[in-house]
Design a protein around this ligand. Structure first.
Ligand code: NAD
Length: 270
């Protein structure tokens, strides 16, 4: 068993070389725009904003951050060549293709309005937005392409698809979603657990939830399907918050140039 694992690892460089030769390495996809996607990072001083600024320079895209927006007046005004703006200066930011917003609900309305006004796409991971803000998103989707999601991990998007498939194929099985997070997380079940539960219940199953809060767990979600004499457990484990920033960047590059509409992360995986 271990030998098979080692063989797989050693084969990887050959796979990588083949993917580079065929132009499919680094997430490249057919028809992908090779001119940089011009990004506005909203919530730039936060944990997610900082990860986005750091990863925009290294993730395949390519990306060009043209503006970083923070709640208060930034100092210094330019960091690594990226101009920084206060939230009150939003109207004056330069032209951009996609705004990536990881801020707070009170910062959400202005960035949504700006994207509609500029006819730019919006990728938002801001959680806790109100029903009125959800409604505003639906209205905006008639004018611009946008994604709002509680989890930008590409792995979770794939898991949701697998869960939906399993749910359809296993009518009558018991379905449970078990999630674990660090002790500081207040909401339970997590937004991701609810999204997975929705996928798990799409074929009519009654889904139950269990939440654990312990240590510094970044995020773990297991969807369990239990039948008579057998059980399936589908698990996603997040070990680093960068996965959300990487996912948001990936989605931003796929969203640019699309027709107006509300997309999900899973619509933009390729
Ligand atoms: P954080 O507290 O570290 O950062 C919040 C940022 O928002 C700060 O830069 C702050 O200045 C900015 N901000 C606050 N009010 C603002 C306003 N009115 N206008 C402009 N900017 C404003 O938080 P974080 O950990 O970076 O998370 C940010 C958001 O993203 C939260 O809602 C969090 O729940 C969410 N989040 C979503 C995902 C996902 O995958 N969807 C992943 C991680 C975090």
């Amino acid at each position: 068993m271990r030998r098979a694992t080692i063989w797989d690892i050693r084969r990887f460089p050959e796979d990588a070389a083949a993917r580079v030769a065929s132009g499919t390495a680094g997430g490249y996809h057919a028809g992908m725009n090779t001119s940089p996607t011009r990004l506005l990072i909203h919530g730039a001083s936060g944990r997610m904003g900082q990860a986005l600024l750091r990863l925009a320079g290294t993730e395949p895209g390519p990306y060009q951050v043209v503006a970083a927006v923070t709640r208060r007046t930034p100092s210094p005004r330019v960091v690594d060549g990226v101009p920084h703006f206060a939230a009150s200066e939003l109207a004056g930011v330069p032209a951009f293709d996609v705004a990536i917003d990881f801020s707070l609900p009170e910062g959400f309305d202005p960035v949504l309005a700006l994207c509609v006004e500029r006819k730019a796409a919006l990728v938002s991971g801001t959680t806790g937005i109100s029903a009125t803000q959800q409604q505003a998103l639906s209205v905006a989707a008639a004018a611009i392409p946008l994604v709002w999601a509680t989890n930008f991990s590409l792995g979770v998007a794939v898991l949701a698809e697998i869960v939906e498939r399993a749910s359809a194929a296993l009518p009558g099985w018991d379905v449970d979603v078990v999630e674990s997070h660090h002790v500081h997380k207040k909401d339970a079940p997590s937004g991701t657990a609810l999204t997975l539960g929705q996928a798990a219940g799409s074929a009519g199953a009654q889904v139950h939830y269990a939440s654990l809060r312990a240590g510094d767990i970044v995020g773990e979600h297991t969807v369990q399907f239990a039948g008579l004499g057998e059980r399936i457990e589908l698990t996603h484990r997040a070990t680093h918050r960068d996965i959300f920033a990487r996912g948001a960047l990936h989605v931003a590059s796929r969203l640019q140039g699309r027709a107006a509409g509300a997309y999900q992360v899973r619509d933009l995986l390729d």
